[in-house]
Design a protein around this ligand. Structure first.
Ligand code: ADP
Ligand code: MG
Length: 579
């Protein structure tokens, strides 16, 4: 008997579905794309039980004839391309003809559709890839697809699904993404009969952003519209300074398709290099338009990733576009004397001052700079000595961020920010471990709106936050109120901190399975972002910082691993001065 067999179509579809349909939101994505490809001006999405029991997408697009409806459910049936060459001139979302048969193979799918000129519509029902019935039905112009019992025919897939909250959030995010991509189409989304959001046809992206993310968010963004022959970048980008801990608020569309593009994201981050701190991400909703033959969308099964044929060209173009917009804003802001109102940038105190910079950067010296080692010429003679007797003489403070000391070995330059982070990190870890976080109740609670995925993450982790000094209540879908904070946090920092925290939770940096690790991360984040660097007031303050630093378990480095001080010993100085 032959061992190599062609798989039955139904099985092949179920396997293909594994790639394209990884979660309920992927079904929503494919169906919404089909509606938009069909020229719909109104798209209504409904779902129940995180999309497991029902996903319904209804549109007023051009519909299908009975024959087309039948073919559409077959593998590789598409009206959008005829041959491989057409892949170079794609203007539609879909092209593989895989979505409908894949979804139908892992659910119970009912398609109802009617095209112009037909008296009645067509209904086709399929269960786990087998056609149940086909009949005429009453139907307004357009198409409705019901997907029920998703993944029931393939129980293994259900195991990979996250909590209902998370899966629902992905669905909501997905619909919002397409609503942003097509502001002129009206969108409505319902979960178990309740309206999640609804946006009428909008005349601009900025109206759509305001509808979806709120007026405040829209006001922090600058319009951008830049064109060179063959390419155009338009949309909204964050003002200089506006930044996020994760890249979730960088949303890019290429020829109206929401995509992940390394080139584009990289160029955006690069453009903001001087206006937001390192390691932070800009906010951007941008649309890149270019000839369809400039891009390859056929690299990812779910079409989420796009490659450019001429990457360097696109990169340069995007950077020019964004920088122009940012510079124009900065110019205007300066002119209006508004520069001071720009958001405060948290983060590193900046590079070393020039002369020391040159010193520190010099590579391959015969006698390298002595970095702090495990046994530094520290101010504390031995570990037992509780009485602090500084062997380092305070000389002064430079640029607010560095303190200079004279030591028996030479000179020490202390990075105050790094030192404070170390001190606070250990202080916070102790507080977290003993449960003794001092709490301040806010007279005016801070309100914050999160996107659906972020709010799902927050809700899932509220217990952890409460146990560590924050009190947060939900007062509407995706709206939260911060009622109480740890005493050491400035209320003004609470929102930014919470957003960072949610970002870190979302990236899995605070695993629930390991409370110690989660606390470490929380302390690290708080020490770096939420605890203010007190002003350098002189010798007493500098020595107090030094004492606290050397009482920690690792005075030589910040919790993020940066050195807290750099030492220039006598021989190094002598060599430098050619003595
Ligand atoms: P693709 O979108 O890649 O062509 P699909 O499996 O998603 O593949 O859809 C197959 C075909 O069914 C499409 O090419 C289109 O002709 C038709 N179709 C699917 N959904 C709709 C819809 N909502 N309105 C009109 N036609 C549709
Ligand atoms: Mg499709």
């Amino acid at each position: 008997m032959a061992k190599v067999r062609i798989l039955p179509e139904r099985v092949a579809n179920q396997i293909a579905a594994g790639e394209v349909i990884e979660r309920p939101a992927a079904v929503v994505k494919e169906l919404v794309e089909n509606s938009l490809d069909a020229g719909a001006t109104r798209v209504v999405v409904e779902f129940a039980h995180a999309g497991r029991s029902l996903i319904r997408v209804e549109d007023n697009g051009f519909g299908m004839s009975p024959q087309d409806a039948r073919t559409a459910l077959e593998r590789h049936a598409t009206s959008k391309i005829a041959d491989a060459a057409d892949l170079n001139r794609l203007v539609t979302f879909g092209f593989r003809g895989e979505a409908l048969p894949s979804i139908a193979s892992v659910s119970r799918l009912t398609l109802q559709t009617r095209e112009a000129g037909q008296d009645s519509g067509t209904e086709i029902a399929v269960n786990a890839g087998r056609v149940l019935h086909e009949k005429a039905c009453g139907r307004p112009l357009g198409t409705r697809v019901d997907v029920e019992h998703l993944f029931e025919p393939v129980p293994a897939r259900r195991k990979f699904l996250k909590t209902d909250r998370t899966e629902s959030a992905h669905i909501v995010n997905c619909v919002r993404l397409y609503a942003l991509a097509c502001p002129a189409v009206s969108f409505a989304l319902y979960e178990e009969g309740r309206e999640v959001f609804r946006s009428p046809e909008c005349s601009s992206l900025s109206d759509r952003v305001a509808e979806i993310f709120g007026r405040q968010a829209a006001e922090d963004l600058l319009p951008i519209d830049f064109a060179e022959p063959g390419m155009r970048l338009a949309g909204l980008i964050g003002r200089p300074g506006l930044n996020r801990a994760t890249r979730h608020d960088m949303v890019a569309f290429i020829n109206s398709r929401p995509v992940e593009s390394r080139t584009l994201n990289g160029a955006l981050i690069e453009s903001y290099r001087e206006s937001i701190p390192q390691g932070r991400y800009p906010v951007a909703f941008v649309f890149l338009e270019c000839g369809p033959d400039e891009i390859d969308v056929n690299v990812h099964p779910a079409k989420r990733e796009v490659r450019f044929r001429k990457e360097a060209l696109v990169r340069g173009f995007v950077i020019r576009a964004v920088l122009k917009s940012l510079r124009e804003w900065s110019g205007r802001a300066a002119a209006e004397g508004r520069a001071a109102a720009a958001p405060v940038i948290l983060g590193d105190p900046g590079p070393l001052p020039a002369p020391f910079h040159a010193l520190a950067d010099e590579p391959a010296q015969p006698e390298p700079l002595s970095q702090p080692s495990a046994a530094p010429s520290g101010p504390v003679p031995s570990g037992e000595s509780r009485e602090f007797t500084p062997a380092w003489r305070y000389l002064g403070t430079a640029h607010g961020g560095y303190t200079l000391f004279e030591t028996s070995q030479g000179l020490v330059l202390l990075d105050r920010r790094a030192a404070h982070e170390r001190v606070w990190y250990e202080r916070l870890k102790r507080q977290f471990e003993t449960g003794g976080v001092p709490v301040q109740r806010l007279l005016l609670p801070v309100s914050i709106e999160l996107n659906p995925v972020a709010s799902a993450v927050l809700t899932d982790n509220v217990g952890f936050l409460v146990a560590h000094g924050m009190e947060i209540s939900e007062f509407g879908r995706n709206f939260f109120r911060i009622e109480a904070l740890p005493a050491w946090m400035e209320p003004g920092d609470a929102e930014a901190f919470l957003r960072d925290l949610v970002g870190a939770l979302r990236e899995g940096q605070m695993p629930r399975s390991d409370i110690d690790l989660a606390r470490d991360e929380l302390a690290r984040l708080a020490a770096a972002k939420a605890v203010r660097l007190p002003p350098a007031t002189g010798e007493a303050e500098a020595l107090a910082l030094l004492r606290d630093l050397f009482a920690t378990s690792s005075p030589i480095s910040s919790p993020a691993g940066r050195p807290t001080y750099v030492e220039f010993n006598h021989s190094e100085l002598a060599r430098r001065f050619q003595k």
